[in-house]
Design a protein around this ligand. Sequence first.
Ligand code: ATP
Ligand code: MG
Length: 269
Amino acid sequence: MSRIERAIEEAARARQQQPAAEPATLVPVTRLVRAGNPEALLATPPLEIHNPLIVAAGEGDLAAREEYKKLRSLVVRQTRGESFANTLLVTSTFGEEGKSITALNLAITLAQEYDHTVLLVDADLRRPALHRYLGVQPEVGLIQCLDGSATLPQALIKTGLGKLVLLPAGGSVSNPAELLGSKRMLELIDELKHRYPDRYIIFDTPPTLPFADAQVLAAGVDGVLFVVREGVATLGDIKESLSSLQRARLLGVVYNDTLFPRKKGIYYY
Ligand SMILES: Nc1ncnc2c1ncn2[C@@H]1O[C@H](COP(=O)(O)OP(=O)(O)OP(=O)(O)O)[C@@H](O)[C@H]1O
Ligand SMILES: [Mg+2]
């Protein structure tokens, strides 16, 4: 077994053993989105978030908030071309590199800009984390939308954080790549894309080297944001991971959690 294969196996095993995200007190969801009423999103009280890594209104490190605003500008610049490329996927080489935090912070930052409605989809059907970071306990989500046991309006959750809506995973499954690569998933992406043509849709996914999920999903979205956490993957791992996403358009790389000392104009995010 090669070094990379061994590393992939170890990463996959370690990921299965770790609990997803921080434990949080989860509240049942009573804030489903009524179809066709996007303005009501702004009238929803915001979910309370007490995680310093999450940049909800007034929360989170100021320098980090500035970095996410820069990321937002870069993403908007790259996606608002002649035709609006509104479906993005966030992935990384290995687990725990900060995909979910990046997807969530980018989504919040985009949603807080008045004209950007954002749908954040938890497509990590192995270890979903976004509902935990937001402190909600959804009953249904993407999985049920795909197996036909729920409709989209039954699964979408208003966060009250600007116009941010969450489509949670709705649990975990043992065959996510199959589900994510299914005809129904492509139809769902298409439905979301065309139902909300002015809406950013951001997919959080599992890491790329241990699992095929992000690779499969990347074929159906407009662009990929790749997270690299300092000190986790080697350059070789990152190159291998990026080459597995070759069919996707790489929007950029987010370098996360660096120890690089803060200097004027340079932040640790
Ligand atoms: N910049 C950062 N500074 C400090 N801690 C961070 C940073 N980014 C992420 N973390 C922490 O690292 C852990 C993993 O973050 P996150 O859930 O975003 O990673 P992930 O890549 O989505 O992981 P997984 O592969 O399990 O889905 C969390 O405990 C999170 O709080
Ligand atoms: Mg995650």
